[in-house]
Unconditional design. Sequence first.
Length: 223
Amino acid sequence: MQLFIDSSNPKEILQAREWGIIDGVTTNPTLISKGGNDMQETLRRVLEASPGPVFCQVIGWRDRERLKSQARWLHRFSERIIVKLPMGAAGIQALIELKKEIPGIRLAVTAVASVAQAYLCGKAGAEVVAIFNGPLELELDQEVNLIAPVKQIFRNYGFPTRVLSAGRYPGSFGKYAVAGTDICTMRFEFLKLLFEHAFTDKRMNGFLADWKSVFGEQVWPET
């Protein structure tokens, strides 16, 4: 499973990159809008900070031609960009037509919230289906089991489409990993939580207190 950071903040991206755990970056219109008034400069800084691919979403929903035009521009801007198209009839049609027009373009479909929608993405030839399971669970206040059935459907019909999950807390992260998601993306504050657990803190503080009571500030020889 690949781990991405959901951010448009280069400082956050570089910090997560220093941890050595992220493979790329996901963005969305909300995140890009938080990066300042120059959207192209914001995207450029994200690309510079990212260790790998960057997901970037076209703006709009219903106008197929405008979706396609923006996707072409994003593909030209950087081949590291995976263009996110919106779930819907226009988005799926745009995906099919762009695949025929630009064979090398990488396309994802975003805001997918059902097995049926995911199937359409796989059938249309999307590289990635972005399932909004984390946000959907928060919206519905109940567990949403989409990853396993979607992965099974893709296996049934030979769709190579990968599944991207929007993770929140460490518990959901583990659940998505067990279900076999291909990519999990998390905001910076949730990525930090993956390193943390109250039991770990308790044990480490105990170990260090016992050591210090006998050896003080000494440590093993360092070379």
